[in-house]
Write a protein that binds this ligand. Structure first.
Ligand code: T46
Length: 136
């Protein structure tokens, strides 16, 4: 699957911790946008889409949530609860996010500006797009 979990170096001392995100160093793309979601209500499931081209790095900077990821061939579930770990999501991975802790802040770095035409929001269309040509 087109995803990776990237360890992020934590600079810690007796004052606390700090993590730096640097384009081309620990962020493997040009950062054009940063957004974050927070105050997600209990029981909510978000996402339900894939991206045609977008690359993103997702970090649970506080709290935790789960991801269901599907590339059309396999499905995996990931638990994000570590601000020193980034989930690199490349193109054409269906994602659903759920089980947000009350304090969860999910920060996302993206390689493009917001563009609704890059979203695939229909699961059947996504599955058709990910099928090898000889199975169509
Ligand atoms: C993704 C997952 C992890 C904007 O206006 N600008 C933005 O940059 C974004 C990301 C969203 N929006 C608007 C569009 C919607 O009216 O904010 C609203 C909520 O967005 P959406 O329903 O797409 O949120 P999620 O949580 O389903 O998905 C988001 C990202 O959209 C998506 O790219 O990979 O988080």
């Amino acid at each position: 699957m087109n995803i990776k979990l990237l360890p992020l170096q934590k600079h810690g001392d007796d004052r606390g911790s700090l993590i730096a995100l640097e384009e081309g160093r620990n962020v493997p793309f040009t950062v054009r946008r940063v957004y974050y979601m927070f105050e997600t209500k209990e029981g909510v499931r978000r996402g339900f889409h894939a991206h045609k081209n977008l690359k993103q790095l997702v970090i649970a900077v506080r709290g935790s949530c789960r991801f269901l990821l599907d590339d059309g061939n396999e499905q995996i579930e990931l638990f994000l609860d570590n601000p020193a770990q980034g989930l690199l999501l490349e193109a054409m991975v269906w994602r659903e996010m759920y089980d947000f802790s009350e304090d969860c802040v999910l920060m996302v770095l993206a390689d493009s500006l917001y563009d609704e035409s890059d979203y695939v929001r229909d699961k059947a269309e996504f599955l058709a797009m990910t099928k090898p040509a000889n199975q169509l």
